[in-house]
Design a protein around this ligand. Sequence first.
Ligand code: DQA
Length: 156
Amino acid sequence: MAKPSVLVLNGPNLNLLGRREPAVYGHQTLADIDGLCREEGEALGLDVACAQSNYEGRLIELIHEAMGRHHGLVMNPGAYTHTSLAIMDAIRVVDLPLVEVHLSNVHAREAFRHKSFVSPVAMGVICGLGAQGYRFALQALAQHFAKGSSADGIGE
Ligand code: DQA
């Protein structure tokens, strides 16, 4: 059976991790996080692909393209978390398990960060644990796949 495949998708401004408000988001770059995800994927027996975009429409296309290519998603939608009905609808359409990740604890921050359009369509949400949150998200997906027959139907 093929390895389950997971797309790790990062939204706007996350390409600047490392330089962007390190007191809030830490010193790790997006390349560091992608590397950590690939390493964790290897340990868990997952194929991990990583993508980032600053554009809402591109993120939506990447979510659509995940259909038939990936079995699940880890997504940090950045500020679109709090604004994007369109990203929520895209996730609903593709019907893949998605774990929402935030580096910072959005609930301990400004009130406008407390609302997420993504959480209602996510399998689970991890926030405030920094880059480790991506690791935990992959672990949650690996467990989810182990329970079902996740790799059926794609590339087989
Ligand atoms: C973030 C939290 C969002 O509120 C913010 O707009 C981001 C990053 C996080 O990872 O903590 O861009 O998603």
